[in-house]
Design a binder for this molecule. Structure first.
Ligand SMILES: Cc1cc2nc3c(=O)[nH]c(=O)nc-3n(C[C@H](O)[C@H](O)[C@H](O)COP(=O)(O)O)c2cc1C
Length: 250
């Protein structure tokens, strides 16, 4: 097992994997870590699909277009899930409040699913496996992906996660300095933040010019804002409505 330092401070996204399956005991350990995730009210408003079937992975790769989907040993899909509570409510004759149709309810599902994904990342990394979150699983035709996975109404894909034995060890990416990330008691002033952010921006440019593997001329801010411009166009409202998650309803 890796040390906590190695898991938390030495983690990097791994996008190339060995052709080696993950042992069932290791998968079981990851599943247990997922089960133990803290969730709002212990309502566990999430579920996970672990795709191990190469044919299904290939179909998902055709949709999602990220090579890790097919080359990973297991491709996980983390979903918000109000379906199981609805099932229990129906069985018990209890009214279902449609909490998922509110920004608060939707956020509860997203947070639960995201924390579950982080549990999986920590567990997998501790076992020496490599991981990479795949947000495109949510934005590249999630309706078709959901159909393939048989996702019922009131569940929705939040994020994918590829897991496998690593075939690369990319350089660690520079992160924002602690003084921009954690504020003790009160948020920092713009005057204090701006020079630190610009220094960080330069550090990212330098890292991208010098890093092992593909080198780029990307900085931090402009590059990420380009992503935001593109991602802003990718609407998931229609998909969410189709899954009976509609935060425009009251
Ligand atoms: C929610 C989320 C979605 C992501 N989606 C993708 C993706 O679709 N494809 C990909 O290659 N990496 C994806 N990543 C990985 C990020 O690019 C990566 O975490 C980031 O560049 C920082 O690098 P590091 O993980 O090595 O620290 C995603 C990460 C997160 C947290």
């Amino acid at each position: 097992m890796k040390t906590l330092d190695e898991v938390l401070l030495g983690r990097r996204s791994v996008r190339r994997y060995q052709r080696q399956p993950i042992e069932q005991e290791k998968l079981d350990y990851i599943y247990e870590a997922i089960r133990a995730t803290p969730t709002s009210y212990n309502g566990q408003q999430f579920s996970v699909i672990a795709v191990t079937d190469p044919e299904i992975k290939l179909r998902l790769y055709d949709i999602i277009g990220q090579k890790q989907v097919k080359t990973s040993a297991v491709f996980f899909l983390f979903c918000l899930d109000f379906h199981q509570l609805e099932l229990a409510a129906k069985a018990k004759g209890v009214e279902f409040p449609d909490f998922q149709n509110s920004l608060n309810g939707y956020t509860v599902g997203v947070v639960d699913a995201t924390l579950a994904m982080h549990s999986a990342i920590v567990a997998a990394e501790s076992l020496g496996l490599g991981t990479c979150c795949i947000g495109y699983a949510r934005t590249a035709d999630p309706a078709l992906t959901s159909e393939i996975l048989g996702l019922p109404e009131k569940t929705a894909i939040i994020c994918g996660l590829s897991v496998g034995y690593p075939a690369e060890e990319p350089d660690l990416k520079p992160k924002r300095p602690t003084q921009c990330v954690v504020f003790e008691n009160r948020y920092g002033s713009d005057d204090a933040l701006t020079p630190v952010l610009l220094d960080y921006d330069r550090e990212v440019s330098e890292y991208n010019r010098e890093r092992a593997g593909d080198k780029t001329a990307n900085d931090w801010a402009s590059h990420i804002l380009d992503y935001h411009r593109i991602e802003k166009q990718k609407a998931i409202e229609k998909y969410m409505k189709q899954q009976q998650i509609d935060i425009t309803l009251k």
